[in-house]
Design a protein around this ligand. Structure first.
Ligand code: ATR
Length: 283
């Protein structure tokens, strides 16, 4: 018999979620096992249907299912609708609610781990994929003053900017050329990398969207890439005198937000971080 909470993806072998989620459940004395379910796309509908069972709490959703599950739930929250992806499904008396905590997890990571409140800030987001979408949604909600989306393919930055333009809030969309970046990056107090530049094992591990001389010493630089923990981009932020902040915190806080909604209790944040940090150290 399956447990009442877990994460599903395909493949799922490398997920770190059970480590910190289980630590949270244990600390609160909740007798559940946080499982990892390898669910192939053709088995997804059948798996999601099991989430309606009485007593089932929640399923965390990871790649490649975050969009595919949308038609399989009964209701989407405003965040899931805006981000266009579901990373948690909650069972509310047999009704499945699809939600997205990537954006709110990012904001909590920024506030609780980097001590930065983006309200009124000038921000630049590098990238225009799925992670950028969640972060742009979050920054808009948090009340940033000015937002620039910089992407190699400028059309994708323009589409993202236009999706979130509303009233006085109109993100700029630029390409990643030095010229374009130099008009925005030096004035930003928040820089967020969501591109795959700097990712371990990728084709551009030693690359960065921007270098130190363009970065303000007052800037916080957040990298959604979490392996390696200190990317080239974060080293450039540090060299500029800014504050580097790492991506594992976004991953853990998206899980913590889901944990709190699934259990209805405040998560033991320190215990959950201690568990993931220990696991990462042990490799
Ligand atoms: P995610 O869901 O993690 O955001 P994604 O949707 O594949 O991933 O988005 C990857 C992002 O990294 C995109 O913004 C991509 O730019 P393009 O839209 O131009 O493809 C960016 N990216 C990937 N490789 C890059 C590179 N070598 N230089 C600059 N940007 C790159």
């Amino acid at each position: 018999m399956s447990s009442n909470i877990g994460v599903m993806g395909h493949p799922i072998g490398h997920t770190k979620s059970p480590v910190f989620q289980q630590a949270g459940l244990d600390e609160l004395g909740i007798e559940e096992t946080f499982e990892a379910w390898d669910v192939a796309p053709e088995d997804l509908e059948e798996k999601v249907a099991t989430f309606r069972a009485s007593g089932f709490l929640a399923g965390c959703v990871t790649l490649p299912h975050k969009q595919a599950v949308i038609p399989m739930v009964d209701e989407l929250t405003e965040a899931a609708e805006a981000v266009g992806a579901v990373n948690w499904i909650f069972n509310r008396d047999g009704k499945l609610v699809g939600h997205n905590t990537d954006g709110s997890g990012f904001l909590r990571a920024l506030k609780e781990k980097a001590g930065f409140d983006p309200k009124g800030a000038d921000a630049v987001v590098f990238g225009a994929g799925g992670a950028a979408r969640a972060i742009v949604y979050a920054l808009k909600g948090a009340g940033v003053n000015r937002l620039t989306i910089a992407n190699r393919t400028v059309e994708k930055a323009q589409a993202l900017a236009s999706d979130f333009s509303e009233g006085r809030f109109k993100p700029n969309a630029i390409d990643m050329s030095r010229d374009s970046l130099s008009n925005h990056v030096p004035y930003a107090t928040l820089l967020v990398n969501t591109t795959s530049l700097g990712m371990a094992g990728g084709p551009a591990e030693l690359a960065t969207p921007v270098t130190a001389e363009m970065i303000s010493a007052d800037a916080v630089g957040y990298d959604a890439v979490y392996a390696p923990p200190m990317t080239k981009f974060l080293r450039e932020v540090e060299e500029a005198g800014g504050e580097p902040a790492g991506g594992i915190t976004m991953l853990v806080f998206q899980g913590i937000e889901g944990f709190e909604m699934a259990t209805g209790q405040k998560a033991p944040v320190d215990t959950m971080f201690a568990a993931i940090e220990k696991a990462l150290k042990e490799g």
